[in-house]
Design a protein around this ligand. Structure first.
Ligand code: SAH
Length: 684
């Protein structure tokens, strides 16, 4: 059997369906999974173990047999904990076949085959009875089905079903309860991920302001959760407006209802300001007393000694539909609405209870202004970055002439609008790639900038009203790009429109370069690092499986990560490894380089980071990666709006105790101009 996988082709910008080996899908899933990260989460594992031991004891004290239902067993870890704690029997349910197979192997290797039955089914398909998957209902329910938003992986419907059909009334549950906390904040930085701020342009005939359509004002945005490593957000980037309050909690030992509902709390602002953002996280109590607590609270809420880094559970940022001024001490109501899988928030000024109730948000947010469909959150942040805008403005001023005919190739870009305000009246603007008309209408530009809905290779002179392009601009940015160099699609598009360019065309950016640096991560290495023994259980089978899946194809590929969320220090100087000259067309031959970088700082070489820099006009560079190395220790500051490419070195991650730290890393990097992909190899 073959499967088809969607991938954007960086040479055409289009989605293509590639035929893959039948195993490909699950290798991807495993290679990029969070299983390794969970197994490294010591805090989580220890607390689950404590909670499971306590639950088994309580059942035994009642003189009952301890029958465990472990939904979503993964490696079988929690079932093995239960069996070790004295459970009489465990039903370990796992829907994902390769994982269920791994669980069987791991359970066997650890000697628990007689106590644990692995069932490869979704829990809602599991049957109970003499001929069923389970002989009888369980009296201990163990699960770990939570995501950063708690309910996004379907925990609620799974619990609802389990209480109806798979567990006894009055069962023990580990975790026993989950509680969701919220805190109201004002934050220009986070708000800039959700709204387009007015852009001020100093033009020759006075200041011009680019505005967003009025629909964006009250637009609730998209329902997908914004989950981030909130611990990387400096306290100077937000203002706390309320105390931390409990929004809602779920008791997993009682029947759970998954149907849509809402919760409301009263808040008394501790400070006056603009309520824009609800920060949220949760904790789980592993036992009824709440003594065994595992929390995702950020640094300003909990003591640092309890700190556990993890990537599988982070914190949530919710955007209120519009900003609401609040006054210190003047009460407001915060409502959390949820359906089966997601949560959203609404803030109201204190009014009569009845009036408020009538107004509850039952419908999940849908973007009405179209902007949230075009721009994702980092992209909003990038477009709102005034320094960046200033650099583009400066460059445009250098290249635009009174008689310029300008073509912009980039997705959802403000460049044509900036150019329009900066350029002389005669300048003609054409704009390739998609955008939303409402935006042009809001700025009265519908007849000033022509949107051409054609792929670059299908561009005709009639699209351009028989004119030749004298200035070709791009940020470049394309929504289909996953890795930094995928935005080189601009180069391919530039090549495709060559016949429409004047002989002395100006291309902005004039070139791009690929940069590389060797780093040691503070924590990110964990997500690709084998675990070996987890709480006394041998999970090496899982390590081997991940390694095998990485080797299936991915090991020679870099993966995208927003490094502002993942601190690292540089071990080598940053190095420019390849350059791409946009003034020329894409060459037929590949662009390759090889060399060696010296490691100037002591540390573990976890991997290489790669990013692109664009040279807008001479001397105006834009980095999508490293901004600066901030101190002697080599701590790096990264572009906060972009993902960088990370290539993990497996050799170093695997050997915890390398006696000889390497002093240099050799590399070979190859940009295949036919595919638009970059292959790389590193030797330590
Ligand atoms: N229990 C393991 C793994 C947790 S990851 C541990 O704590 O280390 C969650 C796992 O649950 C995933 O492997 C996922 O495939 C599985 N899963 C989620 N919902 C499920 C359901 N309703 N029925 C069966 N498996 C489920």
């Amino acid at each position: 059997m073959k499967t088809f996988c969607g991938r954007a082709n960086p040479t055409t910008g289009a989605m293509e369906w590639l035929e893959e080996d039948e195993n490909y899908d699950y290798h991807q899933e495993i290679a990029r999974s969070r299983y390794a990260d969970m197994l490294h989460d010591k805090d989580r594992n220890v607390k689950y173990y404590q909670g499971i031991r306590a639950a088994v004891s309580r059942v035994k004290e009642r003189g009952e047999k301890a029958i465990v239902l472990d939904i979503g067993t993964g490696t079988g870890l929690l079932s093995m904990m239960a069996a070790s704690a004295g459970a009489d029997f465990c039903y370990a349910i796992e829907v994902f076949k390769p994982m269920a197979n791994a669980a069987v192997k791991i359970v066997e290797k650890n000697g628990f085959s007689d106590k644990i039955k692995v069932i490869n089914k979704h829990s809602t398909e599991v049957t109970v009875g003499p001929d069923g998957d389970m002989q009888c209902r369980a009296n201990i329910l163990v699960t770990e089905l939570f995501d950063t938003e708690l309910i996004g992986e379907g925990a609620l419907p799974t619990y609802e079903h389990a209480h109806k059909y798979l567990v006894q009334e009055g069962c023990e549950a580990v975790p026993h309860r989950a509680t969701v906390y919220v805190q109201l904040v004002e934050s220009k930085r986070m708000w800039s991920w959700n709204k387009l701020f007015p852009v001020h342009v100093e033009a020759e005939d006075g200041e011009k302001i680019i505005v967003s359509p009025s629909e964006m004002e009250n637009c609730p945005g998209v329902p997908s959760v914004c989950d981030i490593q909130l611990n990387q957000m400096p306290s100077s980037d937000f203002t706390i407006l309320s105390d931390v309050v409990t929004m809602f909690s779920v008791d997993f030992s009682k029947p759970v209802r998954s149907a849509s509902t809402y919760y409301r709390v009263q808040l008394e602002p501790v400070k006056s300001g603009k309520a824009q953002i609800v920060l949220s996280w949760w904790d789980i109590d592993m036992d009824p007393s709440g003594m065994i607590n595992c929390t995702m609270a950020p640094y300003w809420v909990k003591s640092t000694s309890a700190f556990q880094w993890r990537d599988h559970w982070m914190q949530c940022v919710y955007f209120l539909p519009n900003e609401e001024p609040v006054l210190q001490g003047e009460k407001v109501y915060l409502t959390a609405c949820r359906d089966e899988y997601s949560v959203w928030y609404k803030l109201q000024k204190a009014r009569g209870e009845e009036e408020n109730k009538a107004d509850v948000c039952v419908e999940s947010p849908v973007c009405r202004c179209q902007a949230h469909l075009l721009w994702n959150r980092p992209r909003f942040g990038e477009l709102n970055d005034q320094n960046r805008t200033r650099q583009y403005i400066e460059s445009l001023m250098k290249v635009l002439k009174t008689d310029s005919v300008c073509l912009c190739i980039s997705d959802g870009s403000l460049l044509p609008v900036l150019a329009h305000y900066l350029g002389a009246k005669q300048v003609q603007y054409f704009f390739l790639c998609f955008f939303f008309l409402k935006f042009f209408k809001a700025n009265h530009l519908e007849d000033k900038i022509k949107i051409i809905e054609a792929r670059p290779e299908l561009l005709t002179s009639s699209h351009l009203e028989d004119k030749k392009i004298s200035v070709l601009v791009g940020e470049p940015f394309f929504t289909t790009s996953l890795l930094p160099w995928h935005n080189l699609y601009f180069w391919y598009a530039r090549t495709a429109v060559t016949s429409h360019l004047t002989s002395n065309v100006t291309v902005l950016p004039q070139s791009a370069s690929l940069h590389m640096m060797i780093v040691e991560f503070q924590d990110l290495w964990r997500i690709r690092s084998p675990c070996g023994i987890c709480e006394g259980f041998d999970v090496q089978t899982m390590d081997d499986m991940i390694k095998n899946s990485l080797n299936f194809r991915e090991s020679k590929e870099a993966e995208p990560h927003p490094l502002w969320e993942y601190p690292c220090k540089s071990l080598s100087d940053p190095r420019e490894v390849l350059t791409f000259d946009f003034r020329k067309t894409v060459p037929q031959h590949c662009l390759s380089t090889e060399g060696s970088v010296n490691l100037s700082r002591k540390g573990k070489s976890h991997g290489a980071v790669l990013w692109m820099e664009y040279h807008l006009a001479a001397d105006i560079p834009i980095s999508t990666g490293l901004i600066q190395i901030s101190n002697e220790k080599g701590n790096c500051e990264w572009n906060p709006h972009c993902k960088q490419a990370v290539y993990f070195f497996s050799s170093v991650i695997e050997s915890e105790t390398l006696s000889d730290l390497p002093s240099a890393v050799t590399y070979a990097i190859n940009f295949n101009t036919k595919t638009g992909e970059i292959a790389m190899d590193f030797q330590l």
